[in-house]
Design a protein around this ligand. Structure first.
Ligand SMILES: Cc1ncc(COP(=O)(O)O)c(C=O)c1O
Length: 369
């Protein structure tokens, strides 16, 4: 494997230094939760190796998201990132053909690339409303395709897809004997209500998610894979055991308590997201230098500086960061031009979001040629 540090990680806020940032618009989750929220006393927890698949109660909780699923269909991983890595390295070898949408959360592309897979990209377009078109996916599948990889709701655009489109992609993959990976890390944050777990629609479909984004808990590294293909789950378990044997019992115990409490939190979380999105919507409406496709899920959007403007982009990002102590996710994190930027609106406070958006406007004007 030829690993390469991804810009989205090397340039992340935590690597740059949270204390150097005033307005952090580069996050893709809600604000980070604290352990106190759970009232968690872990004093009695025995620090043993845990169940290799993940604590059974936690897996049962996750399985409850999909009718017909059981704890045996769930494998707990080190975040959704760990899930994506485990799946890619289990299913792909050098030269294997993979279809993946782009832009995307970087790991969905970078791990197959590090493996040496042959990647067919389905490039999403601003002009199409960033739509993931089942027909374009079908056209990219060949006799050699082993895996199709999509992310819904999508990162960095925040766009979802109608259930009929998801079902069409699932049906096509099933008919052609291809596995489908659906990165559902933002699934619960779909404004019109979540799509079904892809894994309940077909044995060929694999669902991935975590507690990082909707619940603001990236600091416990807990994600999961759901699949009804027991032989595949065993192969994924073998990979997990080689990476770390088990997950952390501390992380999984906290995750279990969070999962049990989450229904009480979700309405408040979704209400907060709606308020933040309204602020971004108002900013875009008033800002003639920016255009966007409004998101319908998640906590990020991917606006662009109007293409007819002449902007010195390095100056824009340097001014935004150094003069305004504000950061966004530049387009190159997603292999797109830097005239696009990912704006995360779920993490900052209302005040910091308003200030940060204003700083983006000002930095664009300071960089006009
Ligand atoms: C679409 C998507 N998948 C997976 C991940 C990985 O998240 P984690 O490993 O924290 O669960 C992220 C993080 O940004 C993401 O946006």
């Amino acid at each position: 494997m030829r690993y390469r540090r991804m810009p989205i990680e090397a340039e992340s806020p935590e690597e740059y230094g949270y204390d150097r940032i005033s307005c952090n618009l580069a996050e893709s989750s809600i604000a980070d939760a604290s352990l106190g929220l759970l009232g968690t006393d872990l004093g009695d927890l025995v620090l043993q190796y845990g169940d290799h698949r993940g604590i059974p109660e936690l897996r049962a909780e996750i399985a409850a998201d999909g009718p017909g699923l059981t704890a045996a269909d769930v494998l707990v991983t080190a975040g959704a990132a760990g899930a994506l890595f485990t799946i890619a390295t289990t299913l792909l070898e050098a030269g294997d053909h993979l279809v993946v949408v782009r832009p995307n959360y970087a790991t969905n592309i970078e791990t197959p690339r590090a493996i040496g897979a042959e990647i067919a990209y389905v490039d999403l377009r601003f002009e199409d409303g960033w739509r993931i078109d089942p027909e374009r996916i079908a056209d990219a599948i060949t006799d050699r395709t082993r895996l199709v990889s999509i992310t819904v709701p999508h990162n960095p655009t925040g766009r979802g897809m109608p259930e009929a489109a998801l079902r069409a992609i699932v049906a096509d993959c099933e008919a052609r004997g291809v596995r489908l990976l659906v990165d559902e890390t933002y699934r619960e944050m779909t404004y019109a209500g979540p799509l079904p777990l892809a894994a309940i629609l077909s044995d060929r479909a694999i669902s991935v998610s975590s507690l990082s984004k909707t619940y603001g808990m990236p600091g416990i590294r807990v994600g999961w894979i759901v699949s009804r293909d027991a032989r595949l789950v065993d192969r994924l378990l073998a990979a997990k055991e080689q990476i770390g044997i088990t997950g952390s019992v501390v992380d999984e115990t906290i995750a279990l308590r969070a999962r049990r409490a989450r229904h009480a939190w979700l309405p408040g979380i979704m209400g907060g997201i709606a308020e933040s999105l309204a602020l971004v919507r108002a900013w875009v409406a008033a800002e003639e230098l920016i255009e966007w496709v409004e998101p319908d899920g998640g906590v990020v959007c991917f606006p662009r500086i109007r293409p007819d403007l002449s902007i010195d982009l390095p100056t824009f990002y340097a001014t935004l960061r150094d003069e305004h102590a504000t950061i966004v996710g530049p387009g190159h994190w997603f292999e797109q031009p830097d005239s696009y930027m990912r704006v995360g609106y779920g993490w900052p406070t209302r005040e910091r979001l308003i200030e940060g958006l204003g700083n983006v406007s000002e930095a664009i004007r300071q960089s006009l040629r």
